[in-house]
Design a protein around this ligand. Structure first.
Ligand code: ACO
Length: 380
């Protein structure tokens, strides 16, 4: 007989991991023992992905060969290429990511192996491929194709190049790279848990990532970044002369109606999310460069009101929204962009799960009726 469940599995330790750790009261996040504040701005996404997937920071030679794997893995494959126009024409971005990763799995030479070496290779390929899937989807829905990657650029800069057709400035590339670093892993979040549940059946890495993408899509998880931008845009359009004042009214009204404000609150953090600290700073910087800081000012006002009214802090999705906006990324691609960075964490968790596996199969509390008598259909 099971005990009373913890609703939403709050405070349940569901797995052991050496990948990341959060102290929600202190507001700190570590990847394999390294404080996120140390990594943001000084480690590249490729270094962080390597750290997560392969267990230690890469030396120069290791990073060079990992970067070569990333460059080689930046390919769509024949099945994705063939299906891309139909997928782009009929599926929303996160639906498309779910489909495209699944299709990409068919062409992976290691698809039938969960061996450590095969998983390590697949993790690099999935990490390399995801930015290309996002950019190729975007190009296909506009009837085009992505421009080729530049060998001298890293994963972050190449994504912005694919999206825009011209290389980003060095600072834009650096900022976007830091965004990817900040989103790379986050303990037992919903999508990572989904990936681990799938992997624990000894299913393969692509299947686990598809489960994770479907889970990230929801507005209570990764989908919140898109909703933040839509909220800011809606409020701005209703009060172009005083958007910050309108934020005040709209947030109070929504809270009075019992609605949630997207981009705020967190299951684990009871103080500022350390990732939000960096994203806020980068959003402010990009707003200055853009010469229009309206969305940034609105965001600052929104965090003041939500903190005053509900005692809630912004989570990673809140300032990520305006950072991506200022970088010129279309709003409906914000969550796919999240998937690009979380791919490093998801794949690392699959590697970790397969390395020391036991089926994940919790119990449930039965709350239905008991002892009923079945009446055959012709007597009902
Ligand atoms: N706006 C208003 N009220 C909120 C918010 C919010 N964003 N978040 C939590 N609350 C309130 C709830 O209404 C609830 O109040 P009550 O006790 O009076 O009913 C209380 O705070 C607890 O909220 P729960 O939803 O039970 O908290 P939980 O830990 O289950 O949820 C979650 C965490 C899902 C992140 C929640 O804060 C939320 O829905 N936030 C908005 C969506 C969002 O930004 N998601 C992204 C999270 S980060 C990520 O996944 C990458």
């Amino acid at each position: 007989m099971a005990d009373k469940p913890s609703k939403g599995l709050a405070d349940i330790i569901a797995a052991s991991t050496a990948l990341s750790d959060i102290d929600g009261r202190a507001g700190v996040l570590f990847y394999r023992g390294y404080d996120i504040h140390q990594l943001a701005g000084s480690a590249t996404f490729e270094e962080v992905a390597y750290l997560l997937q392969r267990g230690h920071p890469p030396g120069p030679g290791e990073l060079a060969s990992y970067s070569a794997e990333i460059a080689a893995g930046r390919t769509l494959g024949s099945l994705v290429s063939a299906c891309l126009p139909d997928v782009a024409g009929s599926q929303s971005p996160m639906e498309a990511m779910r489909s495209l990763v699944s299709l990409a799995g068919a062409g992976d030479p290691d698809k039938d192996s969960n061996a450590a070496a095969a998983n390590t290779r697949k993790a690099a390929r999935l990490t390399a491929q995801q930015p290309l899937l996002v950019a190729a989807y975007h190009a296909a829905r506009n009837g085009g194709k992505v421009c080729p990657a530049e060998p001298g650029l890293g994963l972050a800069a190449n994504f912005l190049l694919h999206m825009r057709g011209t290389p980003p400035s060095a600072r834009e590339a650096e900022i976007f790279d830091t965004c990817l670093v900040l989103h790379a892993d986050h303990t037992m979040n919903a999508s990572t848990f989904a990936a681990r549940v799938c992997a624990a059946t000894l299913s393969d890495m692509h299947s686990a990532v598809v489960a994770a993408i479907g889970t990230l899509k929801g507005p209570l998880h990764g989908g919140a970044n898109e909703q933040v931008m839509r909220t800011l845009t809606d409020i701005r359009s209703t009060a172009p002369d005083d958007p910050a004042g309108a934020v005040d009214r709209e947030v109070r009204d929504r809270l009075a109606r019992g609605e949630k404000i997207m981009g705020f609150g967190h299951r684990v953090y009871k103080t500022e999310d350390p990732r939000a600290t960096h994203l806020r700073q980068m959003s402010g910087e990009l707003a200055q460069t853009a010469g229009d800081d309206t969305f940034y000012r609105m965001s600052r006002r929104m965090e003041e009101v939500v903190l005053a009214e509900k005692g809630l802090y912004p989570n990673v999705d809140f300032f990520a929204a305006t950072v991506y906006h200022y970088l010129g990324i279309p709003t409906d691609l914000f969550t796919p962009v999240f998937s690009m960075s979380r791919m490093a964490g998801w794949t690392a968790h699959v590697i970790e799960q397969h390395a020391d596996n036991r089926l994940i199969r919790p119990d449930s509390e039965y709350i239905g009726e008991r002892g009923l008598s079945w009446i055959p259909l012709d007597q009902r």
